[in-house]
Design a protein around this ligand. Structure first.
Ligand SMILES: [Zn+2]
Length: 368
């Protein structure tokens, strides 16, 4: 058992970035708190930009110009009335010129993006601490203690910000219009492969290690080099795409046979298939499988109220964004995105606890 405890100590030393940061004199707890606050504010600003993208991309408009303006009176919104979250409450949710109400969703998306960015930052643990809320910590190379090379995994934080922004954008466009823009799905696949090469830690999967006297033990691992990460990313892309495409084709065939949908209708949009491919490209094949299973479960909860509200015959405009006739369509993209976010933050904990038959909140592993 000595070897096992030595191994545990070794893993816990090498599995958090805090040690390296302290040795380099970089991050004191005060710095960490300041950076966490910065992450929130930065996330709110990106959320503000995402609001523009969510509205304009499906309409084929430029996301850069014209500047933000009121939809009713057309007056430009000056920067001091466009401060994320704050302005919404300062102006009581109304246009400063004409008093037209702004949707509360704008402020909610800004604050929510800020929270996601903070959570991604918190995967970088404070010195001598594990990440809060059971978040998965960033993994480090075992060698090169106290060198700049050991801080390279910190690049995972901006990459996670890019990924989470894509999830928010894709989800809300899907929610509004039942489509997911190609810039999110195909763009996400390309970005997932490229950014994995830059930060192999994005491709973190649950693997096994043989511990003498213990047996097989789940460990987190990621590819050691850029080439390995690109291969892992491509496998994730193909896995996500193939999995959901199979379900889509099979589901469409079955639903048509049962007469639940028309001859030319699809059971599921192709955008969902591309989205799961992008999720796999960013986070690896385990993420694609997990997002699909978690998304399906979450979708059940989401679908029940939507189906109960289903109008008997839809003849013109019961409910927003619903096509003319047939059963009410439920966007699957937001549920896949939720599954992917859960994987990013807690998926490894859930899988390890499942493998070890321990409730997730009681799981004690050095890297979780
Ligand atoms: Zn106005």
């Amino acid at each position: 058992m000595t070897s096992f405890s030595a191994w545990l100590a070794d893993v816990s030393r090498s599995s958090t970035v805090g040690g390296a940061a302290t040795e380099l004199g970089l991050f004191l707890p005060a710095h960490w708190a300041l950076l966490a606050v910065f992450s929130f504010l930065f996330g709110c600003c990106i959320g503000s930009f995402l609001n523009v993208c969510i509205y304009r991309i499906p309409l084929g408009q430029s996301v850069v110009r014209p500047r933000s303006h009121c939809m009713r009176c057309g007056s430009a919104i000056p920067w001091y009335h466009n401060i994320p979250v704050v302005s919404y409450f300062a102006l009581r949710g109304k246009c400063a010129s004409c008093g037209a109400p702004f949707s509360f969703r704008y402020a909610a998306v800004e604050a929510f993006t800020g929270m996601l960015f903070t959570a991604a930052f918190c995967t970088f643990p404070a010195v001598g601490a594990h990440p809060p809320f059971g978040l998965r910590p960033l993994l480090l190379p075992v060698a090169a203690t106290g060198s700049w090379a050991q801080l390279q995994p910190l690049l995972a934080i901006p990459v996670e910000w890019v990924f989470l922004s894509g999830l928010v954008l894709g989800s809300l466009v899907d929610f509004d219009h039942l489509i997911i823009p190609d810039s999110v799905t195909i763009g996400g696949m390309v970005a997932g492969i490229a950014l994995s090469a830059l930060v192999p830690q994005m491709q973190t999967n649950v693997g096994f290690a043989v511990i003498p006297g213990v047996g097989l033990f789940p460990v987190l691992r990621h590819p050691a080099c850029a080439l390995g990460a690109v291969v892992s990313s491509l496998i994730g892309l193909c896995a996500g795409f193939a999995l959901l495409q199979t379900i889509r084709v099979g589901g469409t065939w079955t639903m048509r046979r049962l007469g639940r949908i028309g001859r030319d209708d699809e059971a599921m949009g192709f955008g969902d298939v591309k989205l799961l491919g992008a999720i796999g490209a960013f986070l690896g094949w385990q993420a694609a499988v997990f997002s699909l299973v978690a998304g399906a479960f979450l979708g059940l909860f989401g679908a029940v109220p939507a189906l109960l509200r289903r109008p008997k015959t839809v003849e013109g405009g019961e409910g927003d964004g619903v096509k003319g006739d047939g059963p009410r369509r439920i966007p699957f993209g937001p549920f896949l995105a939720m599954g992917a976010a859960i994987w990013l933050f807690w998926g490894h904990r859930l899988v390890c606890s499942w493998l070890l038959l321990v409730p997730p909140w009681r799981l004690r592993l050095p890297w979780l």
